[in-house]
Structure formats: structure tokens, C-alpha cells
Design a protein around this ligand. Structure first.
Ligand SMILES: Nc1ncnc2c1ncn2[C@@H]1O[C@H](COP(=O)(O)OP(=O)(O)OP(=O)(O)O)[C@@H](O)[C@H]1O
Ligand SMILES: [Mg+2]
Length: 250
């Protein structure tokens, strides 16, 4: 297999005496969707926070394309091409959907470009915003105020805002939560499309969605990786069935 785009080596995170993530070693690749599953409090969001730089690890190392990003602040990690969505919506509710996405597109632009090529740079930002809105399936809501669209559409808006920054790695923390069946299908199709050119790391509870998109599945329990493998291997794994999946989801 080709070289991992993103790699964690024995990464841990403690909050006081609580070991939220314990020595996690994982490789993530372009061309595949890596889904992280596990019960509430397993450490999934904390792992994403470590990858995005929102939290510094207590120990261990994180590398992106061979570069150590362990101690980097989140805005630099984002500029390198790692983009994340949040479990809770993170939008400006009083702005239109388009404005939210436009601001996200602009945030990725280097300040030198803003200064030297204002007209073409503006066009570039607008084109990126349009493309992201369309990809996320939100075109018909583009000019509605974000507070007035459905909860599911707000989640789609978050995906659009993430896409507008054109990341290579997409860290998606429960993007389907609160979405209806049609919106869910749209995002699943989008993930299928994006994975050819992106590295996708997805946290998800909806097992139908998980098995529909996962190329690799990682099960976390109590901060530890219980198992990593192809979805069929995970489905057949006795320890995983006992600890998490349960018979009804198989
Ligand atoms: N900033 C923080 N300060 C203290 N404890 C935290 C912090 N963030 C997370 N935790 C704790 O770390 C553990 C792992 O939390 P985390 O949010 O990573 O779980 P999760 O797998 O994402 O759960 P869920 O499925 O409910 O989203 C939990 O016990 C949580 O209470
Ligand atoms: Mg979480």
C-alpha cells in the first residue's frame, strides 16, 4: 500500500486523571474512508481534536505527509490541508448559507494573495464557495439565512464550509447527526466521490452509514483502539461484537 498521508504514533491525551486517548497508532490513506466507531466517551472526538491540533497530545507523535505536526497550532495544520468539521454546529446563524461558505473559502486564502490580486482572488473565493455549496447539496438554500434552514441542512452547511477550504484530509465528526434520509444519502454519495482524491476520517454512530462508506474501520473503547481492519473483519471480530457492536447491528 502507498504511504500513509496521516499517521499517529502512540498518541495519548489525558485530562487530569482521565485517559481519553491511550497510545493510539493509526495510519490514514488517500483513496479510502477510515471510520472510527465506539461508544459515547470512547475518545473519538478527542482523537480528531489531536489530529486537527485543537488539542495538544499528552504524548506521542502525529505526522502529515512525513512532517511532524504534533506541536503545531490548528490554523497552521489547517493551512497544510487538514480540515475538520465539529460534532456541534459551528456556523454564523445570522448570515446566509452562502456568506458562511464564502467566509470559510476566504479564510484559507493567503494574506499575500488578498493584497496583490484582489479582483481575481475574490473570483477564486466565490468559485470555491459555489463549488462547495453545490457539492454539499445546498444550492437551493444558498441565499437563506443559516438560522432558518433545517438542522440537517445546517450540518450540510458545515460540510460545505469545510469543503470551501479545499482540504486534502477531511476529519468529519458525526456529520450525519440530525440529518434526514435524503441529506444522509447525499453526504454518503459525497464521501464516496471525495475519497478518490482525499483522505477521509469519519466518526459515525449510524451503523448503516458506517458499513456503507467504510474501507477501514477502527473501534475505540475507553480511549484505546480495540481493533482496526476491513469492515468484514470487524463485523466478524468476537471482541468487538461483545464490547460494542452487539448482535442486532450485524
Ligand atoms: N476538554 C475536556 N476536558 C475534560 N474531559 C474531556 C474533555 N474532552 C473530552 N473529555 C472526556 O474524555 C472522554 C472522551 O470524550 P470524547 O468526546 O473524545 O468521546 P467520544 O468518543 O467523541 O464520545 P461521543 O460518541 O459521545 O461523542 C470522555 O470521558 C469525556 O468526558
Ligand atoms: Mg464525540
Amino acid at each position: 500500500m502507498s504511504e500513509a498521508v496521516l499517521r499517529t504514533e502512540a498518541v495519548s491525551k489525558s485530562f487530569g486523571g482521565l485517559h481519553a486517548v491511550k497510545s493510539v497508532t493509526l495510519d490514514f490513506f488517500t483513496g479510502q474512508v477510515d471510520v472510527v466507531i465506539g461508544p459515547n466517551g470512547a475518545g473519538k472526538t478527542t482523537l480528531i481534536n489531536l489530529l486537527s491540533g485543537d488539542l495538544p497530545p499528552s504524548s506521542g507523535r502525529i505526522a502529515y505527509r512525513g512532517q511532524d505536526i504534533t506541536a503545531m497550532p490548528p490554523h497552521r495544520i489547517s493551512q497544510l490541508g487538514l480540515g475538520r468539521s465539529y460534532q456541534r454546529t459551528n456556523i454564523f446563524p445570522e448570515f446566509t448559507c452562502y456568506r458562511n461558505v464564502w467566509l470559510a473559502a476566504q479564510s484559507r486564502m493567503r494574506s499575500s494573495m488578498r493584497f496583490f490580486r484582489p479582483a481575481s482572488a475574490r473570483k477564486d473565493v466565490a468559485a470555491r464557495a459555489d463549488r462547495a455549496i453545490e457539492l454539499a447539496g445546498l444550492t437551493k438554500r444558498a441565499h437563506d439565512v443559516a438560522a432558518n434552514v433545517s438542522h440537517g441542512e445546517q450540518r450540510q452547511l458545515e460540510v460545505a464550509m469545510l469543503l470551501a477550504t479545499e482540504p486534502e484530509v477531511l476529519l468529519l465528526d458525526e456529520p450525519l447527526a440530525g440529518m434526514g434520509p435524503e441529506e444522509t444519502e447525499n453526504i454518503i454519495q459525497l464521501i464516496h466521490t471525495l475519497k478518490a482524491t482525499h483522505c477521509v476520517v469519519l466518526i459515525e454512530h449510524d451503523m448503516d452509514a458506517v458499513f456503507a462508506v467504510a474501507d477501514q474501520l477502527t473501534v475505540m473503547v475507553n480511549g484505546e483502539v480495540l481493533a482496526t481492519g476491513a469492515p468484514d473483519q470487524i463485523r466478524a471480530n468476537e471482541t468487538v461484537r461483545e464490547a460494542y457492536l452487539g448482535d442486532e447491528t450485524i
